[in-house]
Design a protein around this ligand. Structure first.
Ligand SMILES: Nc1nc2c(ncn2[C@@H]2O[C@H](COP(=O)(O)OP(=O)(O)OP(=O)(O)O)[C@@H](O)[C@H]2O)c(=O)[nH]1
Ligand SMILES: [Mg+2]
Length: 282
């Protein structure tokens, strides 16, 4: 698939006049968000040099500057104190798959990892993480069916502390950001994790499907209210979604992307890097 910007250059090269409406529509369709796109188009229209390549370079530079110079990094575990990560998001966003992939990523870097299956609503959810854990040879803490997810996380944390684990990754159930009681449950999970270690969870990441489009910003806004987010994992970057929502979330909420999911395989997770993202993924 041609790169978004290559297509943009092809489209406007040789055109006597840039079709600003079309350019605006393309950027909005990439889910970058009107908040950034509209002022950007106005700024471009005022430029003396309106060569298509310059325009594209200008857009790239502006998008690059949306992200902070220092992107958040995964917190480091302290001796005897596991770093606790919580993955949250709407149904089907890719939390369970990302928990497994992240666990594998950390294991390959020499860390001891424990996965916690805190989605006790669906038996299939626990089985799904169980099968990933078996395949990737990662230990898993499973709760009982319908056990309170906060209590599963508490028990998993106890085990992580006892076993000298570096990273505990808690996979939570999918929930609609509009369901107040389900969102409240996230706060309860946080509180239960903080009981044994006041600084836990050390990071809470929202998992967002790149194909969701603009709704992802709404999800981020609501989840951030329920449980402060430390970063975003954008999944399905290999699909039809352009992933521009990372810019929209950064702009609106100042929450940065941390990892990108690029497929369904164990290796299909990579740390977010701004230049790579702007150059190849949009
Ligand atoms: N192509 C692709 N598929 C992905 C990616 N991440 C997850 N998936 C797929 O998306 C589907 C949903 O993924 P899950 O990990 O089960 O999503 P979830 O957020 O845990 O879902 P719930 O627990 O039901 O809320 C599965 O079929 C995954 O294989 C990705 O980066 N790329
Ligand atoms: Mg799941």
């Amino acid at each position: 698939m041609a790169n978004f910007f290559t297509r943009l250059i092809d489209k406007f090269l040789g055109e006597p006049v840039i079709d600003w409406d079309e350019l605006e529509a393309d950027l909005i369709a990439a889910d970058i968000g009107a908040k950034r796109v509209i002022p950007l188009i106005e700024e471009l229209q005022e430029k003396d040099d309106q060569d298509a390549c310059d325009i594209v370079d200008h857009i790239k530079a502006r998008l690059r500057s949306a992200f902070p110079e220092k992107l958040p990094v995964l917190p480091a575990p302290q001796p005897g104190r596991p770093c606790v990560l919580m993955l949250v998001g709407v149904n089907g966003a890719g939390k369970t798959t990302s928990a497994a992939k992240l666990g594998y990523y950390l294991k390959r870097r020499g860390h001891r990892v424990l996965l916690a299956a805190a989605d006790t609503f669906r038996a299939a959810a626990v089985e799904q993480l169980d099968s990933w854990a078996a395949r990737l040879e990662l230990p898993l803490y499973k709760g009982r069916p319908n056990q309170d997810p906060a209590s599963v996380c508490y028990e998993a944390h106890t085990r992580a502390l006892a076993d000298g684990v570096d990273y505990l990754i808690c996979d939570t159930a999918g929930r609609l950001h509009t369901r107040h009681n389900l969102m409240e449950e996230l706060a309860k999970i946080r509180r239960s994790l903080a009981k044994q270690e006041p600084t836990a969870p050390h990071a809470c990441y929202l998992v967002v499907d790149a194909t969701t489009g603009g709704n992802a910003l709404m999800q981020a806004t609501e989840f951030h209210k329920a449980t402060p987010l430390d970063g975003v994992i954008i999944t399905k970057m290999d699909g039809s979604g352009k992933g521009g929502v990372a810019v929209a979330i950064q702009d609106a909420l100042h929450i940065s992307p941390v990892y990108l999911g690029t497929g369904e395989g164990k290796d299909d997770l990579r740390p977010f890097r701004v230049n790579e993202y702007i150059d190849t993924l949009l």
